[in-house]
Ligand binder design. Sequence first.
Ligand code: NAD
Length: 508
Amino acid sequence: ITYTNHPRIISRAAMSTSSNSPPTLKDQSLFKQQAYVNGQWIDAKSGKTFAITNPANGKEIGKMPEMNKDDTQNAIDAAAKAFISFRKTTGRERARMLRKWYQLMMDNIDDLAKLITWENGKPLADAKGEVTYAANFFEWFSEEAPRNYGETIPASVAGNRVFTTKEPVGVAGLITPWNFPAAMITRKIGPALAAGCTVVAKSPGETPFTAAALAELAHRAGIPPGVVNVVTALDNTAEVGEALTSSDTVRKVSFTGSTRVGKILMKQSSDTLKKLSFELGGNAPFIVFDDADLDVAVNGAIASKFRGSGQTCVCANRIYVQEGIYDKFAKAFTEKVQNFKVGPGDQEGVTHGPLIHDRAVSKAKSHVDDAVKQGGKVLVGGQEMPDLGPNFFQPTVIRDMNADMALAHEETFGPVAGLFPFKSEADVVALANDTEVGLAGYFFSKDIQRCYRVAEAIQTGMIGINTGLISDPATPFGGVKHSGFGREGSSHGIDEYQIIKTVTMGGM
Ligand code: NAD
């Protein structure tokens, strides 16, 4: 099979209308260029700022305070002060706050989506989907907050009575990435507040405006000053991270990002023995067995590989297709990719936006070049798209991949799909597990015994069977091995922000 068509490129005329100044929001006061600490909008003490650019055209769209360790310490102090009273609020009171915040997000969905598209690049429809997904964490955890039960335990000692309660762990430091500017933050703040913790969130340097808009909505929802603090930094990110991890007041750090940074933060947290949860990088295997429904598998692969232009931690990275179905799959999958419309996310009809920055483009290109050098055949795409802007890369499909290629053992985090042929179930399970990370995995099969067998054999925290989409606030999200530990979402998500206290009363 040889396909040479490239994804459709939208015209220069369309390009020129893409945003390079702040978007017009229905409610312009959601566009903030300050940090939010102790209920106030503030600048960095130093007065320094950093610029944020629109990934669709590389143009500056606004500034945010470049905060340092002293600014972070002020936010930690505010959170510690607020914790004294917030921890005493009832679950039902906290539920009402979260529910209000949820409602405000949904009421402002169009503005929040615009902000996401503007700073992250993803198409508006995807951005709206993210806002709903993000708000759902507040809704879900508003329902968990009042049902945070302890236990009554039959004692081993006669005359003793034993019960447990759940207490908020304290001030939580939250660090999140740019790929889901809203959802990665709400997935942490929702359970933290439900548990009664107060937080200092470091917003992503690339996408701080969505985080600031969420803080504004927290304010309007009546969340007390100091309970939610959002600090901002780009060049000083490591300094802010160190202030959070080395503080004894901060009792919990929850981080979503790369495995490399996760390891740094874990080392930094060791002196203060913090509770940690880390959602780190993945390298998801996506397996299509001969007995799969081809259309379902192709649609699953499209959704899983190309969502966010390949920039999600649960994106399919290695697509293994069994020999009997390989050619058919490659053809049908490539045809779908050829129909993508790549362009700025705020353009009508665009299905796939830019990558976040030029380093992401270089990585995608290096994985393509490496695969081609070692015998991979490009079926579609494979190139940068300078006509569209500095950060665009063609959605790409490469066949005849093998285990020696860079894409087989590194997370691409871009729109490059490599199709690896395989012979047997045993072979593919071994290949799928031959990685130090284990976040998401997917497989497609109609054989029910195989479904159980393979689900048990794959070493990941999450498995999608006959679906490419697995994220849901109601289900536990997290990894194994170097993809980290801890679970977000679901009834387990709240556990990460609380301690179990055992009360033993004697002499009964
Ligand atoms: P990154 O680790 O470079 O950055 C993530 C966040 O950490 C950013 O906000 C950044 O500002 C901050 N950061 C960077 N260096 C820091 C330091 N020394 N101290 C404190 N904070 C620091 O990751 P990235 O490249 O921006 O994001 C992509 C990575 O995130 C991918 O590996 C992806 O798989 C992972 N990710 C994981 C999940 C998940 O749930 N497991 C979700 C989204 C993204």
